[in-house]
Design a protein around this ligand. Structure first.
Ligand SMILES: [Zn+2]
Length: 373
């Protein structure tokens, strides 16, 4: 295993942060490349503990000569966010300087890479993939950056943009294990959902503002569209945001099991030697992200839930009460659809207009940008 340190652009004299990546196996291996990163939202800690357990398991596999693919593990993807605290609260989702979400606005080099690779493309899909990856990596690493945040995004994209498998480990506030991926990735993601025991996988295409996972996967279906019938371009990257339940689900038991399930998936995909593990039975299904319905509190007050995460609910069913302590008025928060209550907030005071839970329905109902702040 090799440890690589990537210095970020220094935001002020005397300060310098770095991103650290761990490299297992052989670059350019025919078995393919997997890129795994934890805690891009720096206050989402389950992924960091899963990365710790992944590292133990990968070290052992490495020592036994069993890592046949290339596996890159970034155990802490956001050194900027890890250092942001305000009044004793950890603020790891948005950069304090710009207010930008650390998981949005990944650079788009799709056109530049397409132009650079075009003269090399032909009828061989695998050769096209190799050419486009080379061109994309060159375009990503050559792009100028002006801020520390931009240099973090460039570094993460540079490490991941040529991978076959990208797993971005996040969590929700209180939630079931669930996944986000682009619709063209679903056939490759379905086995991962089984290994991880995901209760729901939310599918969208170009959901808006370029989150990390979509920046990695969208290049392929956009290039396929761009080149049309001229050259075969497969969906060569399966990129997934893995929501490792809730923010306080940070236990060795869960993390060791999640790490083992990820290793089993990588072995199933052939990046680790040994017999393919049997595919577990699915614990859930894919549903449209546009059918994931936010539950808003129209009035402020004390929030108390009547339903736990994991509840299958009906349209009109009351999920929570918001209670005005002055007037004793009770506002019922109802599900707008039949679906799975898969995530809810951990705060118990709701401000007016606050999104407090999410119910995953089967029908796409929303339009426009599909991700929350
Ligand atoms: Zn997150």
């Amino acid at each position: 295993m090799q440890v690589t340190r990537h210095p970020l652009l220094s935001p002020a004299p005397g300060t310098q942060r770095e991103l650290v990546s761990l490299h297992y196996g052989q670059p350019g291996s025919a078995a393919g490349k997997a890129y795994l990163q934890a805690s891009l939202h720096a206050d989402e800690l389950p992924g960091m503990l899963v990365a710790y357990h992944l590292r133990q398991q990968l070290d052992a596999l490495d020592a036994a000569g069993q890592v046949t693919g290339e596996i890159v593990l970034v155990p802490m993807a956001n050194p900027i966010g890890l250092s942001q605290h305000l009044l004793h609260l950890h603020l790891g989702r948005f950069e304090q300087t710009t207010g930008e979400n650390f998981n949005r606005h990944y650079p788009d080099q799709i056109a530049a890479a397409a132009d650079a690779a075009a003269p090399e493309l032909g009828a061989d899909a695998a050769a096209n993939v190799a050419s486009l990856r080379r061109a994309l990596k060159a375009a990503v690493t050559a792009a100028p950056v002006e801020t520390e945040l931009q240099s973090l995004r460039r570094t993460l994209m540079g490490l991941s943009c040529d991978a076959d498998i990208v797993l971005d480990l996040h969590c929700d506030a209180q939630a079931l294990m669930h996944l986000y991926t682009e619709t063209p990735c679903w056939p490759d993601c379905e086995p991962l959902a089984r290994f991880l025991g995901a209760r729901v996988t939310l599918l969208a295409q170009d959901s808006g503002d370029n989150p990390f996972d979509e920046a990695c996967s969208q290049v392929w279906w956009k290039w396929a569209k761009h080149f049309g019938d001229k050259h075969p371009i497969p969906q060569a990257c399966m990129s997934v945001t893995v929501e490792l339940r809730g923010a306080t689900d940070v236990t060795h038991e869960l993390a060791a099991a999640d790490a083992k399930n990820i290793i089993d998936f990588l072995r199933w995909r052939g990046l680790i030697a040994g017999d393919k593990p049997a595919l577990p039975a699915p614990q859930g299904e894919a549903r449209p992200l546009a059918g994931s319905m936010p539950i808003y509190a129209p009035k402020p007050g004390v929030l108390t839930f009547l339903k736990e995460v994991g509840a299958e609910v009906k349209a009109g069913e009351v999920l929570a009460h918001v209670i005005d302590p002055i007037t004793a008025e009770v506002t019922e928060l109802k599900s707008p659809v039949d679906g799975l209550l898969f995530a809810r907030d951990f705060l118990r005071f709701a401000f007016a207009g606050m999104r407090v839970a999410k119910v995953s329905g089967r029908e796409a109902k929303r339009t426009g940008k599909l991700l929350g702040a």
